[in-house]
Structures are given as C-alpha cells and as structure tokens.
Write a protein that binds this ligand. Structure first.
Ligand SMILES: C[S@@+](CC[C@H](N)C(=O)[O-])C[C@H]1O[C@@H](n2cnc3c(N)ncnc32)[C@H](O)[C@@H]1O
Length: 255
C-alpha cells in the first residue's frame, strides 16, 4: 500500500485496518490475512488490489468542509478577472468538495462575478467513491453546511424510499467530471488549473511522500493560482514557491 498508493499505516492503525479487511477475507472464503496478502500481491488478483484500496482509504468528507476556504475562494475570484476557470479537486472522495465548489461558482456566475466558462475535475484513487460521485446522490446529513437557498437551487430531495437523500441537479453535475488518479504515481499532464484543492489526504502520507505529491500536483497549477490543503495537515515543505494567504491556502508564486 505504501509503495503503490503512498498510504503509510502505523501500528496504532492495525485494529482499524484488520476490522476493515476481516469481512472481505471472510466473504472470499480465505483462511487469514496472509492468504489475502498473497492474493492482492499476485499478478492475477482479479481486481482485488483495488478492492483493498477501496477498503483501506478513509473517505470522510462533507459539503463546504472548512467553510473559510470557500469564503476565501469567493472573495479572491471576485477581486480578479478570469475569462475562464478550471478547478481540480484532487482526492475528491464522494465528490462533496467538487460539488460544493460547483455551487459556489454557479452562484458567482449567476451574479455575473465570473463568466460562464468554468469547469471542475474531481479525482481519487478509490473506484467505489468515484462511482458514487458520478451518481451525485448524498445523504442529507452531509449537506448540513449547504444553505437553504442552494439546496433549493441545486438539489433534488428524495421521497419515499429515497427519503433522507438528495441528488445534485443535472445542470450542476455537467460542470463536474470525475476520474481515477493516483497522486503517488507520475501524473500525466493535467490542467493547467486556476485552483487546486488537495485537502485532507496528505495526512495519510509520510513526510517525503507529502512533499513529492505536493510538488507534483503544483505543476498543474498556473502561476498566481490558488492551492488549498486541509488546515489540520500542518506545514507542507515543497520546492514550488508559495505565498501563504490564510491557514491552508497558498498562492503559487512561480514555477
Ligand atoms: C478524507 S478524503 C478527503 C476528501 C476531500 N478532499 C475533503 O477534504 O473532504 C481522502 C481521499 O484521499 C483519497 N486518496 C488516498 N490516497 C490517495 C492517492 N494516493 N491518490 C489519490 N487519492 C488518494 C482517498 O481515497 C480518499 O477519498
């Protein structure tokens, strides 16, 4: 897992990891963890390595998480003129972050603070979350930070069996594209983006992996573009010159 997807697990994570894998091992009729390790390490794993990635990644997310970042993005975009806007939500999980940004940009377009040429890319390493992100159906609990106005404008509330769920409206969904991407492998040329969100994923990497991932991701950011990380992720050391704006938000100064 460390070599392939960059995830480093300390001993304290052992109970969590074993509980996440135990059911799968039982379902496959395997004897124990060694059998499972042999299966996912083999060349003919039948897609099981990806299942293990899906099980071992932590996908906690919700709409407008760390709302000060969205406020900052809004005021920064209002102050500058953009003819077009391209945003990357790297490690997007179920898509809550990507659709939150889409709601914000759609509102700004509605008020003529930005033009109509904007789009968002969401990427993640977990197939499971990406499938769900494309369907854009969310438990209302995860939409708790979305204003009533935005809920009305951008969400269809479920009824009957779908009670407690909401789906993002098609006109917002068509602005957001999702794709599989491993941040710990060389990234094919992407972007360039005006804004990159790389939030709450660096915490799962060790220090050298963190720096390598940040520099790699920043290659896809335009000079002058905004870079967001989670506020709990501490200091990031990287080669790319950045200016700190508020906690977790940086501007790329040069290549
Ligand atoms: C906690 S979620 C963060 C979601 C969102 N950015 C947020 O802040 O709410 C972390 C995501 O990182 C993804 N992830 C972990 N390792 C990754 C890697 N090597 N490449 C791409 N995504 C990865 C996980 O699958 C998970 O969905």
């Amino acid at each position: 897992m460390y070599e392939t997807v960059g995830l480093s697990f300390t001993d304290s994570k052992k109970p969590l990891m074993s509980s996440r894998l135990a059911l799968r091992i039982q379902k496959l009729g395997l004897k124990d963890f060694s059998d499972y390790l042999a299966l996912i390490s083999g060349s003919d794993d039948g897609g099981e390595f990806q299942v293990a990635v899906d099980l071992l990644t932590t996908n906690e997310t919700y709409f407008f998480r760390e709302p000060q970042h969205y406020d900052f993005l809004e005021s920064d975009l209002t102050d500058r003129t953009h003819t077009s806007l391209s945003v990357w939500s790297a490690a997007c999980s179920f898509g809550d972050e990507a659709y939150s940004i889409a709601m914000l940009l759609s509102d700004m377009q509605h008020d003529s603070r930005i033009g109509s040429d904007w789009k968002i890319l969401g990427t993640d390493i977990s197939d499971r979350v990406l499938r769900s992100a494309g369907q854009a159906i969310f438990p209302q609990e995860r939409l708790r930070n979305v204003s009533e106005n935005r809920l009305k404008r951008y969400c269809l509330r479920g009824e009957g069996e779908a009670d407690g769920l909401a789906q993002i409206q098609p006109q917002l969904r068509e602005r957001v594209r999702f794709g599989w991407l491993n941040l710990c492998r060389p990234i094919e040329p992407l972007g360039p983006f005006d804004v990159i969100f790389l939030r709450n994923v660096l915490i799962y990497f060790d220090a050298p992996t963190k720096s390598a991932v940040v520099d790699c991701v920043l290659e896809a950011l335009k000079v002058g573009g905004l870079f967001f990380i989670g506020t709990a992720e501490g200091r990031v050391t990287c080669r790319t010159p950045l200016k700190t704006l508020i906690p977790g938000v940086f501007r790329k100064l040069s290549v």
